[in-house]
Design a protein around this ligand. Structure first.
Ligand code: AMP
Ligand code: MN
Ligand code: MN
Ligand code: MN
Length: 285
């Protein structure tokens, strides 16, 4: 267990907890530095900051931005973003429209195959104005008895090639990184080992990510396997990227616990050493 968690979700997207409950849970479980990184939205951060005020927890404003690269969907975590930035608000509005269109299409398909009012039901379960993701639908399908687990629901209906998969053109890698940088944040490649890319393709992505102004990559946690860690460590060093870590917590379960991973390897440059977010880690040793 490590006290820093830089990738988590709340009801503002596909997490099960309100921002307040997420912050309280993090405090309870010994987290000292938490980033809330909801999908394409900063909606939960205001509430999360209120919950963190006067506690020992330092909250770092974040977002998990969707992105289309090479016809594939990838995720870029932005940390230390300025919530008042008009560029950030512009980014969120663009992706909100894309998410709404996609969520209603997915909902329509699901309602035709027996999950009545899927779109309305998914919206009802999430926070007001939340980003609806495939994660929301996976949980809904499971709750409606259409799968034996959330994972099973995802694999049966929502992943590429399955009936309720809908292609979306998110903003490009360069556009997403520009938005994050202009919003005063830093861009971190989320869970590089979860894209099922070959090593060659992953290196191509890292090349372009770095050239586009990305500065970090997630190494520990985020459902990446321990056996991939050495390779990820090597890539971070090769591309001179800061190393980040997080749980990608969405809901209570057997895995994805907050801070549920070991510390980063000594040989890596840690993301909290980056000047843009180092101020959030003044009290961290
Ligand atoms: P989206 O951004 O709408 O494509 O949805 C991506 C989200 O789906 C992720 O953030 C996860 O919350 C969820 N997800 C991805 N893979 C799985 C899986 N195998 N099982 C359950 N949920 C998943
Ligand atoms: Mn998610
Ligand atoms: Mn992700
Ligand atoms: Mn995530």
């Amino acid at each position: 267990m490590f006290p820093v968690d830089l990738h988590t979700h709340s009801k503002a997207s596909d997490g099960a907890l309100t921002p307040t409950d997420l912050v309280l849970k993090a405090i309870n479980e010994g987290i000292t530095h938490l980033a809330l990184t909801d999908h394409d939205t900063i909606l939960g951060l205001h509430e999360a900051f209120i919950a963190a005020t006067g506690t020992n927890l330092t909250l770092i404003p974040g977002i998990e931005a969707s992105c289309t690269w090479n016809h594939e969907q990838i995720h870029i975590v932005g940390l230390g973003i300025d919530l008042n930035s008009t560029k950030l608000q512009e980014f969120c509005s663009i992706h909100k429209v894309k998410r709404e269109e996609r969520a209603s299409k997915i909902g329509y398909i699901l309602s035709r195959i027996g999950f009545d009012n899927a779109y309305e039901e998914a919206k009802k379960r999430a926070g007001v104005g939340a980003s609806i993701t495939r994660g929301n639908y996976a949980r809904l399908i499971f709750e409606m008895g259409g799968a034996v687990s959330v994972d099973d629901a995802f694999n049966k209906y929502l992943k590429r090639g399955k009936r309720a998969y809908v292609v979306t053109n998110w903003l490009s890698l360069q556009e997403v990184i520009d938005y994050i940088n202009k919003a005063g944040g830093i861009a971190i490649l989320a869970h590089p080992r979860r894209y099922t890319f070959t090593n060659r393709k992953l290196r191509k992505l890292l090349d372009e990510f770095k050239q586009s102004g990305g500065v970090g990559m997630e190494i520990n946690g985020c459902q990446q396997r321990d056996c991939d860690r050495q390779y990820l460590n090597d890539l971070a060093k090769k591309y001179e990227l800061y190393a980040s870590l997080g749980s990608d917590f969405h809901a209570d379960g057997a895995y994805r616990s907050l801070g549920g991973y070991p510390s980063l390897d000594d040989s890596l440059v840690k993301i909290w050493e980056h000047e843009k977010i180092n101020p959030y880690f003044k009290n961290f040793s």
